[in-house]
Design a protein around this ligand. Structure first.
Ligand SMILES: [Zn+2]
Ligand SMILES: [Zn+2]
Length: 637
């Protein structure tokens, strides 16, 4: 206990000194005008809720046997924040919550996962630090131990604990390699409030055989669900049980040049980033602490960098959703990787959403790379790499190399789909991997002709009321991809196919003059805007009652029943219902007995051998009431 107290004090002193010296939080962009801030952290670490959180000494190991002071998620977040990180995800092993909680009931074991989520929420301070929680799901790949081609998937902020050990999960998931797609779908069906986020951890670890090097995740088996769920892949991971607090170590490589270099996992002989991209995955690269000691953010210099507009969980996860993130082993390294095409600048990660497709390009594009290290390293080399579809050995085509920064490379890609990313080495030997940009290059000369569009209904000067259909025409030399409708400059409706229409409820617009415009887009992002059409909204209260119901008949088909039928009323807006009135004398007092919406009514509250008199009125939505129908009488049986 005493020894631990001293260790804690020392740690605080170290953090304060280091913070004062050079560790900082989010970095403003060094490149003028760059629209994102740089947020530094890691999406993978462990605490005493599974096999991490051990003291920063040589006893640190992957173990679910814990001392009382081993680090909890709350400790992990506090340490990472103190170390100057902007975010940290704790991702405890999904199948070790029970092992780390001896004597706990199954309900208490599952609750620990939810405690982790709650701790992340309570340790998140917008603008200062974002705490993420999740699970590292699955078995590590090890053919010798009977787990071929499996692997660890980090599931970020999942609201449910997935598992396969009886009682220790919210939702059952099979950990067998061939069942991974089912887990991906389960995750998509149980998203966090920010979406469902999966991550390939240390993508070829644990294979002990010299032959049969494992490719995790069932050899990157691709499916649409897998791609929609998986957003990132580790290019550097660990060292998981490194207990240094100097922040100078670096983890094992799973990608980069040369393969099997000094920092490479001895079990890795394939560039896993290239391999995943060649398999069709839309992934961004990360560095994973995989912390199992208590040195969250102080163990290694590797960082995952998220490019976001603000330090909130929503903003960071939106960036992850769009794969706007990169990996660096230079602790504060800043990277810019953009593409100029179609007159538009696209950031790293562009074209990454499978359901939205790649960036459509035509003609030449310019890839732009810029980098800056506040700690003084300079750029030694830049390579633009293109992993080719279907290649399985992890080799990527090197499109171009440079030693100059900033580096701009203008070229016309071959027609078809491409994925390009930037790989940099620094004077210190450090490396940086950008997220890719995905494109689809079209044939022929660039399309620079904008569509033309016009509002064709209503006519200029029209007076409108109620709900009306606004219609636009649009045409283009290649093709119109969508038309937007604007009311007084505010977008109200996007129409993806002809006829381009918007059903406008003018009742929610103030009476008076208003301008309608349309904008038409083509695949090359050319935009055409219509001339404005001015109309006058004039909604007045409805004071016109419906016509009287007619042809009212009354019969008595059985004892104590009077059956009524009538012919419908009409109204300038619409009849909403009818009122049935009854009396026992023809000129007596009539009372309301029913308010049907249909054209018939059976009165069951009448007595036998009594004559009843009826009339019916109609009403509209504004409450206007018609004059009465004819009167009908019946002697009830
Ligand atoms: Zn792992
Ligand atoms: Zn791990």
């Amino acid at each position: 206990m005493k020894r631990l107290t001293i260790a804690c004090t020392c740690l605080v002193v170290l953090v304060v000194l280091a913070y004062g010296a050079h560790i900082r939080g989010s970095e403003p962009p060094f490149q003028a005008g760059y629209p994102y801030n740089y947020y530094y952290g890691s999406l993978h670490s462990h605490t005493s809720y599974s096999d991490g959180g051990h003291p920063n000494d040589s006893s640190c190991a992957s173990s679910t046997t814990h001392a009382a002071n081993d680090a909890t998620p709350a400790d992990a977040y506090a340490t990472a924040r103190g170390a100057g990180l902007d975010f940290l995800e704790v991702s405890d092993h999904n199948h070790q919550f029970n092992d780390a909680c001896p004597g706990c009931s199954a309900a208490q074991v599952v609750q620990r996962y939810h405690d982790g989520l709650a701790t992340a929420a309570s340790h998140t301070v917008d603008g200062a630090f974002i705490a993420l929680y999740g699970m590292e799901w699955g078995y590590i790949s090890n053919p010798d131990a009977g787990f071929p081609n499996e692997g660890h998937v980090v599931v970020t902020e999942s609201p449910k604990l997935f598992g396969w050990e009886s009682g220790y999960y919210d939702i059952y998931t099979s950990p067998n390699a061939g069942d991974y797609p089912t887990m991906y779908q389960t995750a998509l069906s149980n998203p966090s409030q920010w979406g469902a986020f999966g991550h390939f951890a240390h993508p070829s670890d644990g294979t002990k055989s010299a032959s049969g090097q494992g490719l995790d995740f069932d050899s990157f088996a691709f499916s649409p669900a897998a791609d929609d769920f998986i957003h990132s892949i580790a290019v550097i991971s660990g060292p998981a049980t490194d207990f240094s607090t100097l922040g100078t170590d670096t983890g094992a490589r799973y990608a980069g040049d040369p393969m099997n270099g000094s920092q490479y996992s001895v079990y890795t002989s394939t560039d896993m980033y290239n391999r995943a991209l060649s398999a069709g995955f839309h992934v961004a690269p990360t560095t994973d602490f995989d912390t199992h000691c208590s040195n969250y953010g102080t163990g290694v210099r590797d960082r995952t960098v998220i490019l976001a507009t603000s330090l909130t969980k929503a903003s960071l996860l939106d960036a992850v959703q769009n794969r706007r993130m990169y990996a660096t082993s230079a602790k504060r390294g800043q990277l810019v990787y953009t593409m100029a095409a179609n007159g538009t600048t696209y950031d790293m990660g562009a074209g990454s959403i499978r359901t939205q497709g790649p960036v459509q390009t035509n003609g030449s594009i310019t890839l732009h790379v810029n980098a800056f290290d506040p700690n003084g390293a300079s750029v030694a080399s830049i390579k633009i790499k293109e992993p080719l579809a279907g290649v399985t050995n992890g080799i990527a085509n090197v499109v171009v190399s440079s030693t100059a920064v900033p580096f701009d490379y203008t070229f016309t890609p071959a027609v078809g789909a491409h994925v390009y990313y930037a790989y940099l080495t620094l004077s210190t030997g450090d490396e940086m991997w950008s997220a890719p940009i995905w494109i689809n290059e079209a044939a022929g000369p660039p399309d620079t002709t904008p569509p033309t569009t016009a509002i064709t209904a209503p006519n200029a000067g029209a007076t409108v009321s109620g709900t009306i259909t606004v219609t636009a025409s649009a045409s283009d030399n290649v093709g119109v991809t969508k038309v937007e409708f604007y009311l007084d400059g505010v977008l109200n409706k996007t129409s993806a196919a002809a006829p381009y229409q918007w059903s406008w409820n003018t009742g929610s617009t103030a009476n008076g003059a208003h301008a309608l415009t349309s904008k038409a887009y083509d695949a090359a992002a050319n935009v055409g805007t219509s001339a404005p059409v001015s109309v006058t909204v004039s909604n007045v209260p409805d004071t016109t009652p419906p016509t009287a119901p007619s042809n009212l008949t009354a019969t008595s088909p059985q004892r104590r029943r009077a059956a009524l039928n009538w012919t419908a009323s009409t109204d300038n807006v619409g009849v909403t219902g009818y009122r049935v009135w009854r009396s026992t004398t023809v000129n007596g007092t009539y009372t309301l007995v029913a308010s049907p919406a249909t054209l018939s009514y059976t009165d069951a509250s009448v007595s036998s051998r009594v004559t009843y008199y009826y009339y019916v009125t109609a009403v509209d939505a504004a409450g206007n009431v018609s004059t009465p129908s004819n009167t009908a009488s019946v002697l009830v049986r």
